[in-house]
Design a protein around this ligand. Structure first.
Ligand code: ZN
Length: 182
């Protein structure tokens, strides 16, 4: 990311909406915007494959769940934030990963221009591809500012998406156990 260029564009944007970028409160805003983009869109430079260190599961073969991981992402249609909670579950087959890696995975895929469906699917399929578990389930609950502040202006609408692989998809009992636990 070229922060200087983003700063320049942010200044133009402020001008274009009818503001004066040189007034006291806005003077440092382009710089702050550029800086915040580094975090908000920081997921592009990260490779999930490098991050998912695996351990021997020592025959543990029950469900592992990381529940209510907070996330902040940006909707690719309006460039407005959407945010909420993500729950991830998997049943290992020989390999497990450190539990802190699941929030890391959420960070990598949410800190990009996204839609909620793709975000849900990318987390589930990446975990499935890398860990080759018996199954993965991902549930995302989110509020979209593009829906709250504009468009239909609905404040309390929660959008839910889910994506399942393996046993979570094939076996209704596994799926309902996962949904009960989260
Ligand atoms: Zn949107």
């Amino acid at each position: 990311m070229n922060l200087e260029k983003i700063e320049k564009l942010a200044r133009e944007l402020i001008e274009e909406i009818g503001e004066s970028p040189d007034r006291e409160g806005l003077k440092e805003t382009p710089k702050r915007m550029a800086k915040s983009f580094e975090k908000i869109f920081g997921g592009y430079g990260e490779d999930p494959k490098k991050m998912l260190t695996q351990f021997d599961g020592e025959n543990y073969d029950e469900m592992i769940i990381c529940k209510d991981i907070d996330f902040y992402s940006t909707c690719e249609h309006h460039m407005q934030p959407f945010f909420g909670k993500i729950s991830i579950g998997y049943i290992p087959d020989k390999k497990i990963i450190g539990i802190s890696k699941l929030p890391r995975l959420v960070e990598i895929f949410s800190r990009r221009l996204q839609n909620q469906e793709r975000l849900t699917m990318q987390i589930a399929t990446t975990l499935t591809d890398m860990l080759k578990p018996k199954g993965v389930g991902v549930v995302v609950n989110a509020r979209h500012l593009c829906m709250m502040a504009r468009g239909v202006e609905k404040q309390n609408t929660l959008m839910t998406t889910s994506y399942c692989t393996g046993l979570f998809k094939k076996n209704a009992k596994t799926r309902s156990e996962f949904l009960r636990l989260i």
